[in-house]
Write a protein of this length. Sequence first.
Length: 379
Amino acid sequence: MRTLKNILVTGGCGFIGVNFIRRLFKHTPEFTGRIINLDALTYAGNITSLQEIEKEFGIDSKPESRYFFELGDICDRQGLETIFAKYNIDTVVNFAAESHVDRSILGPETFVKTNVMGTFALLDVARRRWQISTGDPTQPLPVSADAEYTPGVIFHHVSTDEVYGSLGESGFFTETSPYEPRSPYSASKAASDHLVMAWHHTYGLPVTLSNCSNNFGPFQFPEKLIPLMIINMLEGKPLPVYGDGKNIRDWLYVDDHTRAIWTILSKGRTGEKYNIGGENERENIAIIDELIEIVAEKINGEPQKIRGTIQFVKDRPGHDRRYAIDCAKIKEELGWQRETPFEEGLAKTVEWYMANTTWINRIRSGEYRYWVEENYGRR
Ligand code: NAD
Ligand code: TYD
């Protein structure tokens, strides 16, 4: 078991990052270290999602603070150097990314910048800070796949099953499936995965990598299928279904993903990649149907009436047909398995969005940025 002391979480104000940080502080008693959350606060990052954590474990609980926020970009190498030195970082969990396929089709450049160049900057700085050099510190570090690193350090990269491309009616993605990304988003994530593995094979950097299927749950930006549909149903807006609605994704409740990441960080083998999935394939239209039933029951509405707001719209260009994950490796090797049944996760997610309209309005309007300006200075 690794003991993680100073974890640099990048993108900790996004959907999965927020859930990960909350899990570590609230539901992981064996975690006694510190978290340094580095986030650029793009449209997808919301610092107020962690207000409760900040109050309990952050600035207000000085001097024993265990949570720190740093506003910054993972592409800024100088900024990364400063953070590594300031907090004596021994662990990186890289969530920071541009994550929405539709946005990547319309504007791919920021995907290449953050997902590819940002991961490169993080890897390079981690290597420079962690590789033990017995030579002259003014000279370049010796290059060796057997290079020595500070004991216990680990670089975990969070990635997606979309790097494997699109499946036909049968088959599953395994850790050895070839990479065949088809959208600008998945191509940029595939490139970042390759860089992570290259830093391990060429420079000996201790890394782990995970490829997870579609997540859902609290704090997800309402541009992704499940939160978008829930909010549109609650607001009586149309439900846009791409193509014939029969594209298939494998879905996992976000808590199960964050627990898998913690499991890999604690005991995953360095240089290994692990697939994470819910073994839970659904057609998009079937999910929308389930959501309609749940929402109708909760608002005392007519499922048929909500169903009438479904609009089949033009398909996404290059829309991957089916994703399905074989996650036998993490189950057998590390003892992780999914805990939240899909229906239970969906119901909890609907309840969360119904109870958190302030969060929804803030993230949609960008209002939380005033809070950032007050607390962290004008940007
Ligand atoms: P998200 O879009 O909700 O959040 C991304 C976060 O990264 C935001 O807080 C944003 O402000 C921050 N960020 C963006 N660019 C940055 C930069 N240059 N420097 C610093 N911070 C920056 O994403 P998410 O859904 O939480 O996904 C997190 C990670 O998990 C991503 O790497 C994604 O590829 C991966 N992933 C997501 C899913 C999913 O279903 N959401 C599934 C598998 C893997
Ligand atoms: P999304 O949540 O964007 O995740 P990803 O594309 O990364 O899998 O979309 C999930 C599925 O839902 C995908 O097949 C596209 C489809 N979709 C719609 O049909 N309508 C929508 O409004 C959205 C956002 C997605």
